[in-house]
Design a protein around this ligand. Structure first.
Ligand SMILES: Nc1ncnc2c1ncn2[C@@H]1O[C@H](COP(=O)(O)OP(=O)(O)OP(=O)(O)O)[C@@H](O)[C@H]1O
Length: 257
């Protein structure tokens, strides 16, 4: 069994619909892999399988050699897998900083006694959380919005905050579901740089679902293409852009990178 993420012959059926069929692919530690395909191809379903929202009908999913199916989403977060959502899911009543703080709580060591007594352990941990949260927000240009209500952020900033929140759980593998959706071209350029930066800085593996081909082709080392839940191609951005099956099923025309 390899390190990183490995899917082997994964299938999930919803009644008569095979949303994902015999899908195999892997993401090595530190690798940036794209998962692309037409609308309804099964990309978000793959994320839901990896994060324990769905259990495969058959097949295997391992992360760092440990089986993922059967584990609860919060257990999978603790294994080192974090995700963002296609539809932004921030805590809309909380401030920007508190959204990140809440995500960081998944790694707290203190027990209920320390939490209730609010002694030195509690204060030390709170200070460390705040420092880490502000450092992360700073990387994403959001440190000056710490006290703002998260729903007051513009769309691009909310998408960035989603990524910060995922990073706050200290993942080894980050699943990004359409992070560039709704962003303008210059925000997309910034996002590409940020993804590259955090991958290096935090030694992350990234699995990216994204419809914007400039983003996908610009940053992914390897790309898997699915159609009707099945893999139709896998390769480098160059190989994918020239693959006749991918062009027919999805790209339509070759993409300028
Ligand atoms: N819980 C569910 N019950 C029934 N069908 C589902 C469920 N979840 C997903 N599907 C179906 O599985 C298929 C794949 O959906 P999915 O959302 O994974 O596609 P996608 O590639 O992420 O699409 P998009 O690019 O539009 O986001 C679709 O036909 C969808 O309707």
């Amino acid at each position: 069994m390899s390190a990183g993420l490995e899917l082997k012959d994964v299938t999930i059926r919803f009644g008569g619909l095979k949303a994902v069929g015999d899908l195999s692919f892997s993401v090595a530690p530190g690798e940036l892999v794209g998962l692309i395909g037409p609308n309804g191809a099964g990309k978000t379903t793959v994320f839901n399988l990896i994060t324990g929202v769905y259990t495969p009908t058959s097949g295997q999913i391992h992360f760092e050699g440990t089986p993922v199916p059967g584990k609860k989403p919060h257990e999978i977060t603790r294994m080192g897998i974090a995700r963002t959502f296609q539809n932004i899911r921030l805590f809309s009543s909380l401030s920007v900083l508190d959204n990140v703080r809440a995500a960081m709580m998944t790694h707290l060591k203190r027990g209920i006694i320390h939490s209730l007594s609010r002694g030195p352990v509690y204060h030390r941990e709170e200070a460390a959380i705040e420092k880490d949260a502000i450092e992360l927000l700073d990387i994403f240009g959001l440190a000056n919005r710490c006290d703002a209500n998260s729903k007051s952020l513009n769309y691009g900033d909310q998408r960035r905050l989603e990524i910060v929140r995922a990073l706050a759980t200290k993942p080894k593998l980050l699943l990004l579901d359409e992070p560039a959706a709704g962003m303008n071209p210059s925000e997309k350029d910034d996002l590409m740089q940020l993804i590259r930066f955090i991958k290096e800085r935090y030694n992350l593996a990234v699995l990216l679902v994204e419809h914007d081909m400039k983003v996908v082709m610009g940053i992914c080392q390897r790309i898997a293409v699915i159609e009707y839940g099945c893999k139709i191609a896998e390769g480098t951005p160059k190989e994918i852009q020239c693959d006749p099956r991918v062009i027919e099923a999805y790209l339509g025309v070759t993409v300028e990178s």
